[in-house]
Design a protein around this ligand. Sequence first.
Ligand code: AMP
Length: 559
Amino acid sequence: MLYSNLVVIYQSLEKTSKRLEKAAILAEFLKNIPSTELATVVNLLQGRVFPQWDSRNMGFSSRLMLKALHKATGASLKSIESSWNKLGDLGKVASELVKNKTQVTFASQELNIKKVIINLQKLESVEGSGSVERKVSLVAELITSASPEESRFLVRTVLEELRVGIASGIMRDAIALAFDQEIKVVEHAFDVVGDFGEVAVFAKKNALSSLELTSGRPLNSMLAILVQDIPEAFKALGSPAQFEFKLDGFRLQVHKSNGKIKLFTRRLEEVTKQFPEVVAVIQSSVSGDSFILDAEAVGIDPKSGKHLPFQHISQRIKRKHDIALLAKRLPVELNVFDIVLYNGKNVMDCSQDERRKLLEKIVKPQKNKLKFTEMLTTGDEKKAVAFYKKSLDDGNEGLMIKSLSSVYRPGRYVSGWCKLKPTLEPLDVVITSALWGEGKRSEWLASFTVAVKSGEKFVEIGKVGTGVKEKVEEGVSFEELTKLLKPLIISKKGREVKVKPQIVVEVAYEELQKSPTYSSGFAMRFPRILRLRSNEKVVNDVNSLRDVERIYVVQKGKV
Ligand code: AMP
C-alpha cells in the first residue's frame, strides 16, 4: 500500500475534531486494508511504529531531524533552523523544503508503507560508531522519496508527535465499526494485548475472543481516581472498601512463564536485569507455573527495615552497569497487591477480594524482600481515617482505596480504585520564559517556565503548559498568555523566549520533588495552571523558595 493513501486519511482526520466523524473515517479506511498490512497501518495511524505494549522507540530528536532534512533536500542547516523558528513545526518545515525541491528534481520512487515501517523500525536498533549518520540516512532516504504532504506526516511520526487526534477510544470504536464487532469486546481484547494493530487483525477474522492475556507481555496497569476524603471514597466504591497504604515507590508488573521472570514498569518498559533481587525472591517465594502480579517496589533501608522515599532508588530503573553493587547498596522490597493471571488463566474479571485471596495463597512473604501491601477492609469511617493517618505517619503518600467487587481494568481511570493523598496548596509563580508551540499551536506560546522568589531573585521551579485552554472562553488561554507575554520578551533563542518576570499564574501540582533541573532545586510533579493572577497579585506576591521548602516537608508527613 502506498504511503500517500495513509496521508489522505491523516488529512481528513486533521480536519475534524468530532469523535464520531473520526471513527467513521477510520472505519471506512480500515475495512479495505489487507490483513497483511492491517496491524502496521493501525499503528501508523496512531503515530506508532511499534505496538503500544512494546517499549522500543525510535529515539530520533529534533536536532537529528534538522540533519536529515539537510541531507534529503540540500538546504543549509541554518536556513532549516530559521524556518523552524518561523513555522514552529518541523513537519511544516519539511513540507516547504520538499515543495521547493520538487520544482527542480522529481521524487525517484513513490513511498510505500512497507518501506516506511522498515526504515523507521530500524532506527531503534542502530547502535555503535557512525550510528547517528546511519539514523539520519534512514530518515533522509524516506524524505527524498516523499511528497510535501507525505514528508510533513513522516517527520511528525518520526518525532513521535503525529497529532491527528486519535485517542484510544476512537480507534476502539473505529475497529468495532469497521469489522462489525461489539465495542465492549474490542475494548476487552485491547486490555489483554495492548496493541490495536493486533486487535484489528483479529477483529477482521472475527476471532477477538481467541486473544488471550499472555504472561511475558506487559499490559497497562490499572489506575486510580483521586478523591478528596474518605466519605467520597465510600460513595464511589461502596462500603466496606479495601484500604491500602499508598507506597512511595514505583509500579512493577511481575511476569512468570516457562520458568522465567520478567519485570515491567508502569510505562511497560522491561527492567528485569535491573532488579536481580526481585527476580530471585519471586523465583523462590511465589508458587505457580505462570502468573502476572501487580506490585509496588519500594526502597528499603536493610538495617532498620524502613521504607525510603522513591528518589533514593529512582536511579536503579535506568541503570545498565554495576547492577549487583547497586542492588546491594539500594535494595528494593516488593509490595504485592494484585494478580491478573494465574497458571495460564486470566483472573482480571474475578473480584478484588477474590484476587487478593488468591495472591495471599501463592505468595510467601520474605523479610525486607517481599510482602503484601498493608491493608484494612472496613466500612467504618473512623477506622479508615485512623488508617490514613497511620499511613502518612509512616511516611507513605496516602491511601489506595479499592472496591471489594471491582474487576481489574487495565489502563483506565474507572471507579474501581481511588487514591487519597493530602492536597497541597497551589503556588503563585511568575513566568520567566516560554516556548513557541508546534503544529496547531505554532502561533502561540505554549509552554511556560515558572519561578518563585528567593530574596531579590527569581528561581525556576518547573515548566507548565497543562491547564491552559485552546479556546478563550474556557479559561486562561494560550492566546491570552501569548498576548500578555509578547511585549515582555527580552531575548530569543530558537523557539524559546525569555520574558520580563511580570505575569503571575496559580499552579497546582501533585507533588514537589528535589530536582537539579531547576535553579530552585525543586520541581513540581504534574503541574497545571489554574488561573491568571496578574489582576490580583503583583510579582512581589509570588510564593517564596521558603514556602516551597515548607510544603516539601509537610507533604512527606514529616512535621
Ligand atoms: P499516582 O501515581 O498518584 O496516580 O498513584 C497511583 C500509583 O500508586 C500506582 O501506579 C502505584 O505505582 C502506586 N501505588 C502505591 N501503593 C499502591 C497500592 N497499595 N495499590 C496500588 N497502587 C499503589
